[in-house]
Ligand binder design. Structure first.
Ligand code: WTA
Length: 632
């Protein structure tokens, strides 16, 4: 268990120390883990060439720290509580010993099927225990997992499989989601058929048991491969800097990139941040409602909690099935102590009023958390009053797929809270704000571009297969800095408030999306000449997707065309990327050099047509009137 800070005074002292002597500080944290061989040097770093290494020369296996290490002391303690989609279904649990055995059996099965250290394995699965088990089984034998959120389309899945040349895809037959069963194996078949030549095996967990198509020789059943295996599996010895996993995320340009995290630093940081932000105490039941398809699920459902020896809940379903009281029913049933969710879920549930919350006994909750997007004050107040009964601290945790772990957040109950402010940096994290010229802004009550001026153990190491792209994206905008893509404000007390993305990334219901990606999908429609996508404020989703579309010929049946576009986007990316509003236009406002003036499009989409600024220098100022008149 990582060292836990217990007062705000202590936080300040520890923070100070972590900045004055980062290597000493992190060496101390790393010392509480099991290393096969200790590191020779804590840190080597160079942001300009992007070369960052932590715990150099150290050898370990992260699963020995998630599992084996706990067996003596808490082998019979519950590690995972699984709550199924069906509210009448059975809650199942895995003790640390049972989880250890399942992971070992699965690792042996993967090994028997030819999976070796360094192989990439793609997961496309629902939130069932086998997903966590499979991920840990990969880590056990040194294979690199790449989990793809099961809401992405076959086409997106295929791109991700190809980018990492995955040898195996692990999926279920069907996923349960609310009242529907989703044929995921069929989606995997379709994805693999789109030229995924690297895939030798599709490994299928039988979840619902409904009929699926079967490819002899390629497809293998989970139960047939795993059940007879030995419940012991020697862990592969990994270097600190060996890859642990790849996770694809959207940026402002091009296709999603595979963010790479490595073994040693990720282990140290996810455990340390989990223990401190959530102030987890032995015996607590901790529940993060994220999906393992996103970084939050990786770091704070699987790795962080298990490294800390916690009891972590996995929920298969959705917040509104069978009704809007589902989360609270589960909190009451499992006596959840720490509850961590996304602002979009809070806003969606808030819309149903207080009754679905008040029906349940939530007195077990000690701490509430949010993640993924800015939380507006109204949602924060509702969460605090109605869910937390004004007695639970809220941690608003700011971080990114690239950061691996929580960077700016209160430490549960210790830190001052201020609605819509993430607060102070965690120990070891050195944020700064830069002005338009890349100069650091000192002092408080200031606003700027949020960067990091010093490395931290769980930071992105590279983007898979393209190191230069990683350097360009995050380390070239400002000299010797990690660029987050977010704008932020620092108040009079030094607390940070995240304002939002300053690049062409939008955040829709906590899902990160590149506007270029959505445009590329829309442009696949044969009638589309050009499109521009922007975000606009949306009551529930945080941001909605607004698409401006130029068509080849006038559209008569607008509703029919809209449906076709939604279908194209669903096919290319997935339903999460469907535009909320589509406006057909005859042109897009462009500068004389041909660049789309997104600023204007964002203003129109947000209904701020009075403050468009000077448009006289545009190539085609007349189109702005038309766009304003037709705004939805
Ligand atoms: C946004 C999710 C405000 C931010 C862990 C960031 C937030 C992006 C917060 C990363 C927060 C995340 N307050 N904004 N507490 N947390 N964000 O990679 O814009 O899916 O850059 O990681 O989400 O999204 P990602």
């Amino acid at each position: 268990m990582s060292m836990q800070i217990r007062t705000f005074e202590e936080y300040k002292a520890v923070y100070q120390r972590s900045v004055e002597d980062p290597e000493g500080f992190w060496a101390e944290q790393a010392g509480s883990f099991n290393w096969r061989k200790p590191w020779d040097k804590v840190l080597d770093w160079n942001f300009r060439d992007l070369d960052v290494k932590w715990f150099i020369g150290g050898k370990l296996n992260i699963t020995e720290n998630c599992l084996d290490r706990h067996l003596a002391e808490r082998g019979d303690q519950t590690a995972i509580i699984f709550e199924p989609n069906d509210p009448n279904g059975e809650t199942t649990t895995y003790t640390y010993r049972q989880l250890y055995e399942e992971v070992c059996k699965t690792a042996n099965a993967l090994h028997a099927m030819g999976v070796r250290k360094g192989d990439r394995i793609c997961f496309y699965m629902p939130m069932i225990p086998q997903l966590a088990i499979g991920v840990l089984a990969c880590a056990r034998i040194g294979a690199i997992h790449s989990v793809v959120f099961a809401g992405f389309s076959a086409s997106s899945l295929s791109d991700r499989i190809k980018d990492a040349s995955c040898k195996m895809v692990i999926c279920s037959d069907y996923n349960r989601r609310g009242a529907k069963n989703i044929p995921v194996k069929a989606i995997v078949d379709e994805a693999v058929a789109m030229g995924c030549d690297s895939v030798e095996t599709v490994f299928v967990h039988q979840n619902t048991g409904e009929a699926i198509n079967w490819v002899e020789g390629r497809d293998k059943w989970w139960h047939e491969q795993v059940d007879h295996q030995q419940p012991e599996c020697p862990a592969e010895e990994m270097d600190s800097e060996d890859m642990l996993f790849i996770l694809y995320t959207s940026g402002s340009t091009g296709k999603p990139k595979g963010v790479v995290h490595s073994c040693g630093g990720y282990m140290v940081y996810t455990c340390y941040s989990f223990a401190n932000v959530f102030q987890y105490q032995p015996g607590d039941i901790y529940w993060c409602t994220a999906d393992i398809g996103w970084i939050t699920g990786h770091s704070y459902i699987v790795y962080g909690p298990l490294l800390a020896g916690a009891t972590t809940v996995m929920f298969e379903g959705v917040p509104t099935y069978p009704d809007a009281g589902r989360f609270w029913q589960i909190v009451e049933k499992l006596k959840v102590n720490q509850f961590y969710t996304a602002p979009t879920a809070i806003r969606a549930l808030m819309a149903f009023g207080d009754d679905p919350v008040n029906k349940y006994d939530l007195s077990s909750i000690k701490l509430l958390g949010t993640v993924g997007e800015p939380i507006n004050e109204e949602a924060w107040e509702w969460y605090h009053k109605v869910v937390g009964k004004e007695k639970c601290p809220i941690v608003d945790t700011w971080w990114q797929t690239e950061t691996g772990g929580i960077m700016i957040s209160g430490l549960g109950g210790l830190s001052p809270m201020k609605p819509s402010f993430a607060g102070y940096p965690l120990p070891g994290i050195q944020p700064c704000l830069l002005d338009g010229n890349g100069k650091e802004i000192d002092g408080n009550n200031v606003e700027g571009v949020l960067c990091m001026k010093y490395p931290w153990p769980s930071m992105i190491r590279t983007t898979y297969g393209d190191h230069e792209r990683c350097r360009q994206t995050y380390f070239s905008s400002y000299d010797n800095m990690y660029f987050t893509g977010d704008g932020a404000r620092r108040d009079e007390n030094g607390m940070y408030r995240i304002i939002g993305r300053i690049d062409d990334v939008i955040n829709v219901s906590g899902h990160r999306m590149g506007t270029a990606e959505v445009e590329n999908a829309i442009n696949e429609h044969p009638k589309v000449v050009e499109s521009a996508v922007v975000g606009y404020p949306h009551d529930i989703k945080g941001q909605g997707i607004y698409a401006y579309v130029i068509t080849l010929e006038p559209v008569n049946d607008l509703e029919g065309f809209r449906k076709e576009l939604l279908a194209v986007v669903t096919r290319e990316i997935g339903p999460i990327a469907k535009p909320d509003k589509i406006q057909v236009v005859s042109g897009l406002p462009k500068t004389r050099s041909g660049k789309i003036m997104r600023r204007i499009l964002r203003k129109v989409a947000s209904g701020e047509t009075d403050s468009l600024g000077d448009i006289s220098t545009l190539l085609n100022p007349e189109v702005v009137e038309e766009i304003k008149d037709g705004a939805l």
